[in-house]
Design a protein around this ligand. Structure first.
Ligand SMILES: [Ca+2]
Ligand SMILES: [Ca+2]
Ligand SMILES: [Ca+2]
Length: 329
């Protein structure tokens, strides 16, 4: 019996089989596990583990620390604008980290030094925009009347997370640590809006800040920001600015300290070197980061739809060919 045709079929089948490589050449993908991550939202970032950005180029890194896979943005120290104080360590972003499990997306923001109490006027304000999968429909402005836009061709947002430690409900209480839920108030310590500027509700969403760690942690349910990761190349495209915050909670006011005729962003995630002014003087944070997530470890791409029928066809042809050979014996 001539085995050459069967050998050819085998080669064809192997050639058509999907390869276990991430789609679109994406090699850095955060694996989402089904177990709940051991993260306590309290402003103490110790469970995330130490990551030394010193000596590293500013940029995005993927690392697993304390068994928590995490995206880590390393930001330059001392690059904040100094319109209100020089230096202004409460707005000097050092690290932004993101991780996720089946239920929640988690964030960690670390600034150089929070030299204030929670609720003080001018406390740290952070706005984080979320674009899903590069969608081109969404909103362009950062919150808090920051007079700052995201990259409006590449990174319009569908959801925006805002944390404002100047929330006036906490004023003059000497608080160095708070944990709180989402609010529906422009002066609230934690709110999330969609691209229609409607407040999202999520009773599981939490933020925690502790000025002694100069850190803010937050979590939000995937369903609050458009649903869990899907597809074989899911990513969140994010931008981030810091500012000094203000609030008069009951009158529903709050936002960023104003710098006349200019962006109110004092630090941001960017690849533009030097002072943050270099990026925001045009009123636009052009830079964004793409954070890839995968839901099923190990991460294999879904086979292309055409592959499965082809494999079936090849198998059928092979079987018929085999029967034909047997009958001719
Ligand atoms: Ca914590
Ligand atoms: Ca910085
Ligand atoms: Ca710019």
């Amino acid at each position: 019996m001539n085995k050459l045709p069967l050998l050819v079929l085998l080669v064809v089948i192997l050639a058509l089989a999907p390869l276990p490589t991430p789609a679109h050449g994406q090699t850095n993908v955060l694996q989402i596990r089904s177990q709940t991550l051991p993260i306590t939202i309290d402003g103490n970032p110790s469970e995330w583990g130490a990551y030394d950005c010193t000596g590293k180029a500013p940029g995005l890194y993927l690392a697993t620390i304390n068994n928590i896979p995490q995206w880590i943005w390393c930001d330059p120290e001392g690059d904040e604008r100094t319109n209100f104080a020089n230096p202004d360590p409460r707005v000097d972003l050092l690290q932004f980290r993101v991780t996720a499990d089946e239920n929640y997306l988690y964030g960690l923001v670390i600034v150089k030094n929070m030299t204030f109490n929670i609720g003080d006027d001018g406390g740290t304000f952070v706005a984080i925009t979320i674009n899903r999968n590069g969608s081109t429909s969404g909103e362009v402005w950062f919150a808090g009347e920051s007079k700052t836009k995201v990259n409006y061709t590449k990174a319009v947002w569908q959801y925006q997370v805002v944390i404002n430690l100047a929330d006036s409900r906490y004023r003059d209480q000497g608080k160095t640590q708070v944990t709180d839920n989402l609010t529906a108030n422009w002066g609230g310590i934690y709110y999330i809006v969609n691209s229609s500027w409607s407040f999202q509700s999520d009773t599981d969403a939490l933020m925690g800040a502790d000025v002694s760690y100069s850190a803010i942690e937050f979590r939000v349910k995937w369903s609050t920001i458009g649903g869990p990761p899907s597809g074989d190349s899911f990513f969140l495209r994010m931008e981030l600015i810091t500012a000094r915050g203000w609030s008069n909670y009951a009158n529903n006011g709050g936002g960023t300290w104003d710098i006349p005729n200019a962006s109110n962003a004092l630090d941001c995630i960017t690849d533009v070197p030097g002072n943050t002014w270099n990026e925001v003087q045009d009123g636009v944070v052009d830079y964004y980061i793409d954070l890839y997530f995968a839901t099923t470890p190990p991460y294999y791409p879904v086979p292309e739809p055409i592959t499965v029928p082809l494999l079936v066809a090849v198998a059928v042809v092979g079987f018929v060919f085999y029967l034909f050979k047997v009958r001719r014996r």
